[in-house]
Design a protein around this ligand. Structure first.
Ligand SMILES: *Cc1c(COP(=O)(O)O)cnc(C)c1O
Length: 380
């Protein structure tokens, strides 16, 4: 395969910032344990690098969504850390999971019966549905679990879990309602460590921390407190070189559908990032980048492999073929950009494409964030 450095966009992932984010969350939860959610390839940042970086920082418990992800992570991290599989154990995979020391999250009465039938005695987590209506035992299944002779006794429960639907909305009454349903379930069951909070849940206060918290997006720099300053350090930075200029001094259109009309003398720069790379098509006419400290708007539609930016406001001496445009990170806040695409930072992160040249910086063992974190602080 050709060298991706040739004209490709560069995605820089700061493992020092990732570790610093984990440590910050850990200090916020007092005596509770801070796990890390690494599903979807560590929210697009690369679980193969993010997992070991977090383990080196001291994280001992990891969550993924799927069995495959869990097996990959086990191979990377060795036998010691707890690795939990949020989507549970598909029928037939029970013994494979148990033998790999993976902990499935059992999400229904049927899941528990199946596990008990072939892998009884191996550690599990059990999730309650407290309001998401997505995964987990609803209240009547919790009652059935308690009422079924021998079933509870056959389980080695490592954690009782539930998940908040509205944690990023501090004032939403559903947070307290879900917590109350969770506590009622815990009180009716044998004692085991309990876990309710995702990233935003951590910021709802210590009542929501229980024994273990499960942050995902905040580790990767997403804002767990929307509407307030982001306490996290950016982890991801995307930069792409200008590959062509157009000097336009008569009315013209730009891109597919001739969706943008140029009305003033302009300089248009083309860069090799498109929706196939996860630069969402919804950002056509709405996204923006930075060259130095000058904001450059995306104009026209996002193509599969390209976008066009109006760089007329950048001093001509500062833009050449090869000049880097920052598309994410630094001055381009991930939550703000996501909002412009009518989405959330989670989707921008997990859409980051395979064509980028990926560069990992920062050292998980060091105590301060790596280069990119300090770069961000310089600019903001
Ligand atoms: C994805 C997920 C998390 C992490 O959520 P963030 O909002 O990214 O912190 C925690 N728990 C469960 C059950 C999840 O599915």
């Amino acid at each position: 395969m050709a060298d991706k450095a040739l004209g490709a966009a560069t995605l820089t992932i700061d493992l020092g910032a990732l570790a610093a984010n984990w440590r910050l969350l850990r200090t916020r939860v007092g005596a509770a344990e801070c796990a890390a959610v690494l599903k979807a390839d560590a929210y697009g940042t690369g679980a193969a690098r993010a997992g070991p970086a977090l383990a080196a920082a001291g994280c001992k418990t990891f969550f993924v969504a799927q069995v495959e992800e869990a097996l990959d992570l086990r191979a990377l991290l060795g036998p010691r850390p707890d690795i939990l599989v949020l989507n549970g154990a598909p029928r037939g995979t029970e013994m494979q999971l148990a033998e790999a020391g993976l902990v499935p999250v059992l999400n229904s009465f049927e899941d528990i019966v199946a596990w008990s039938g072939c892998a009884a005695g191996h550690r599990v987590a059990v999730q309650f549905d407290t309001g998401m209506t997505r995964l987990g035992l609803p209240e009547d299944e919790v009652k059935r679990l308690i009422a079924t002779d021998g079933l509870l006794a056959s389980l080695d429960v490592a954690y009782w879990l539930s998940h908040l639907a509205c944690a990023e909305d501090v004032d939403n009454p559903m947070n307290a309602e879900q917590r109350a349903v969770f506590v009622a379930a815990l009180q009716s069951l044998p004692s085991a460590p309990a876990s309710l909070a995702n990233s935003s849940g951590i910021f709802l206060g210590s009542d929501f921390h229980f024994d273990l918290v499960r942050p995902g997006v905040a580790l990767y720099g997403g804002n767990p407190t929307p509407g307030h300053d982001n306490p996290m350090t950016p982890v991801v930075r995307l930069e792409a070189p200008i590959i062509q200029f157009h000097h336009v001094d008569s009315p013209k259109s730009v891109g597919y559908g001739a969706a943008h009309r140029i009305k003033r003398p302009s300089r248009i720069a083309t860069i090799p990032v498109g929706y196939a790379d996860g630069y969402l098509r919804a950002l056509g006419g709405r996204g923006y980048g930075f060259i130095g400290d000058v904001r450059v708007p995306v104009i026209g539609r996002v193509s599969m492999d390209l976008i066009t930016l109006d760089v007329s406001d950048v001093p001509p001496a500062d833009v050449r073929i090869g000049t880097a445009v920052t598309l994410l990170g630094g001055p381009v806040d991930i939550d703000a950009l996501a909002a412009r695409a009518d989405t959330i930072s989670y989707e921008l992160l997990t859409s980051l494409g395979p064509r980028y040249r990926r560069v990992y910086v920062g050292d998980a063992a060091q105590n301060s964030p790596g280069q990119m974190g300090s770069y961000h602080r310089r600019l903001v």
